[in-house]
Structure formats: C-alpha cells, structure tokens
Ligand binder design. Structure first.
Ligand SMILES: Cc1cc2nc3c(=O)[nH]c(=O)nc-3n(C[C@H](O)[C@H](O)[C@H](O)COP(=O)(O)OP(=O)(O)OC[C@H]3O[C@@H](n4cnc5c(N)ncnc54)[C@H](O)[C@@H]3O)c2cc1C
Length: 355
C-alpha cells in the first residue's frame, strides 16, 4: 500500500495517478474535509488542460490579458496567447479528490501524520498509530511534517502570501502584477465585481497588502482575508529517502517568479506515478524549469525600482512583448533565450545575477 500524506491537489493527484497505474493507495488528510481552508488565488495557465480536464464548475473566470505595472505606475499590457483561468480552489481540490476516489483511492479525513516509526521500512504514524506502507508520499505542504520526520526538510526558505477578496469594479478579463511592491503582488479578478488582491513577502506582507489595497482598491470592500506559507524552490531538495518521497509544496516545487505551485506540483506527481524509485530522474524536466524560475527570481530581486521602470518601457517597445504574449510562463526554458534574443538590451539586467 502507498500512503499519501496530505489531501491537497498534489497529494490527491499523486494518489489518482498511482491508483490508475494499478497501485493500492490511501490518502491521509488532517482536516475534516478536502479543499479547506483556502489559501490560494487559483490562477492557472492553460497548461492545466494538458494535465487534467478541469470541471467547468470549478472555473470562476477566464483571463485573456495581463498588465505588468512598473513601480512608477506605467504598465505593459500583454494579450495572452492562451487564456489563463481562475479556479475555485475548494471545488478544484474536491474534483481531484473525487478523481482519486473513483480510481479506488481511500481518502481518510481527520487523519494527522505525526511521525515515522520503524528502522528499515518506515511506517507512517497517523493519529498515533503506525500504518504499514510500502511507500510514504509526503504531499503535506510547505512545512511538511513528513519531510521533517524523514530528514528531508533541508534548508528551505519560506515566504508568506497575504490575500484579500475585495468587492470592487474591475476588468474581468485582465490580471495585474505590480513590480517593486513586496516580492510579488497581484490583482486577479474572480469576476467584474470581485478581485483577489495579494502580496508575497518575507517580512510584513499584511502591511504591504494594506498599502496595495489603498492604491488599487481605495473604495473596495474587503470580503475575506486569506494567507499562507509558500516555499522557495530549493535546488538541493532531496526527493527520496528510504521508502519516503516528497512532492508538491512539501518538496518546494513552486515557481519562484510567480509563486504558483499547482502546475509544477501536478507535473511532479505525474513523474512520481511513473515509478517512485525513478521519480527524481523522471522529474528532471520539471526541476529544470523550477531552477530557471529561481534564477529569474534571483535576478528580479537584484533589480532596482529604476531597472523595473526601464524594463517595462523596453519590453513595451519591441518584439519581447510578442514573446511574453505567446510563450507559456510555466516553461521558462522555452522563452528566456527568445526573450533576450528579441531584445538584447535585456542582457544587461540578466547579468545582474553575476554582478
Ligand atoms: C496566498 C497564496 C496564493 C497562491 N496562489 C496561487 C495561484 O494562484 N496559483 C498556484 O498555482 N499556486 C498558488 N499558490 C500556491 C499553492 O496554493 C500551492 O502551491 C498548492 O496548494 C500546493 O499544493 P500541495 O497539494 O502540494 O499542498 P497543499 O495545498 O498545502 O496541501 C497539503 C495538504 O496536506 C495536509 N496536511 C498538512 N500537514 C498534514 C499532516 N501532518 N497530516 C495530514 N495532512 C496534512 C493539509 O491539510 C493540506 O490539505 C498560492 C499560495 C498562497 C499562500
């Protein structure tokens, strides 16, 4: 039996894929239901449709435009070659859990993993009782108790995401990102009257969120506040030890540019389901994209406010804009060199990594 710890999207999708490949799988989720609490914006690129068929009832909105705001308030508008979607995370997680159940997976709720027992073949301790499992898959999020118990936690860095759902008038088909405001910040419309506005930062995301709200939604009404932890991808992260494997946020598999973790986590779950022993090798293409994302993040963190203002103006002028519109941001290997080739002035900023 394979014990998957964590009934989030990546845990349930791993369980679905493993069960579909003929394995006996059980999921252990500490909460009393799947999909709650929601701590996510639910923005996904069209790559999601190459992974699974998202039920239309989970899709709240489709976005065809993106605006990148410079710190001085200039913006670059991109027409997205392929629309992005905004999902209802609770329904999305429940859809994947139901796919897993239909494939024969038993989902155990109110089942908290607290440790590992046994010397050679490790048992998962759930609610104080050791469970025999051939494999223990840690899909239990950024602070992964499985990673800690197995000695796989490593030296990961965690940032904080703070988000508000705001009643306001907004462009229903366009999401915004604001450079120079925290590590990353956004406005993603659920509809023309509700937006998800958020900030990722490692110091004080709540104060930054308030500042952003007063700037972009001065007369908006905050309906709800959400928040959560996000791991920064650690290229030294080990994925396997003894009979334990990590996937998703538990393995820091999050894009360091946009802090989206659903698509890389699901792609890693696909790799895992092709053979757990060979998981690290099968996952190499996913990890390559995460490494490039990290390199882009390191570069972005070195840019000054003036650099961001200049880059937005440079991209708005030329061919680089077309590259950003057409290429999928999940796979920087497909666009990063095209982008720099299309606008050689961008080299100067890329080189900041080694300065
Ligand atoms: C504010 C914010 C906005 C975000 N927006 C986006 C976005 O727009 N797009 C995107 O792609 N990503 C986004 N993310 C990141 C995304 O939410 C995560 O990458 C994604 O949820 C990872 O899925 P997962 O299944 O690996 O982990 P999780 O969703 O964290 O699921 C882990 C599960 O494990 C369970 N668990 C934890 N510990 C235990 C235990 N000891 N025993 C049993 N069960 C346990 C938890 O209850 C949970 O159900 C955002 C994150 C934040 C904080």
């Amino acid at each position: 039996m394979i014990a998957v710890i964590g009934g989030g999207p990546v845990g349930c999708y791993s369980a679905f894929k493993l069960a579909s490949a003929g394995q006996k799988v059980q999921v252990y989720e500490e909460h009393s239901s799947v999909g709650k609490p929601v701590q996510c914006t639910g923005l996904l690129t069209s790559e999601i449709y190459n992974i699974l068929k998202v039920d239309s009832k989970c899709v709240l909105n489709k976005l065809t435009r993106a605006r990148l705001y410079s710190p001085e308030g200039k913006f670059l508008e991109l027409k997205l070659g392929k629309p992005n979607i905004v999902v209802d995370r609770e329904l999305f997680d429940k859809q994947i859990a139901s796919m897993a159940s239909s494939a024969g997976v038993k989902i155990n709720l109110n089942s908290k993993f607290t440790g590992i027992s046994g010397l050679l073949k490790k048992k998962a301790v759930i609610n104080g009782k050791g469970i025999d499992a051939d494999w223990i898959i840690g899909a239990d999020g950024p602070m992964s108790a499985v990673a800690k118990a197995a000695g796989l936690y490593g030296s990961r860095q965690i940032v904080i995401g703070a988000q508000a759902r705001v009643k306001m008038k907004c462009d229903a088909d366009c999401f915004n990102t604001y450079f120079g405001h925290g590590i990353f910040s956004w406005l993603v419309p659920e509809s023309s009257s509700v937006a998800r506005i958020g900030v990722v930062d490692n110091k004080n995301p709540n104060a930054l969120l308030h500042k952003l709200l007063s700037k972009v939604a001065p007369s908006g009404k905050v309906l709800e506040k959400q928040g959560g932890l996000i791991p920064i991808y650690n290229p030294s992260q080990k994925l396997l030890k003894d009979n334990v494997a990590l996937v998703g946020d538990a393995a820091t598999q999050v894009k360091a540019v946009s802090f989206g973790g659903i698509i890389p986590g699901l792609l890693a779950a696909n790799a895992l389901s092709k053979g757990i022993e060979k998981y690290a090798d099968n996952c190499s293409s996913v990890l390559k994209e995460l490494k490039l994302n990290l390199l882009m993040r390191v570069t972005m963190d070195k840019l000054s406010i003036k650099d961001y203002n200049d880059i937005i103006s440079i991209i708005a002028e030329g061919k680089a804009k077309n590259v950003l519109e057409e290429e999928d941001r999940d796979f920087p290997s497909k666009f990063i060199f095209k982008l720099i080739k299309s606008e050689p002035r961008l080299w100067k900023y890329g080189l900041k990594v080694i300065w």
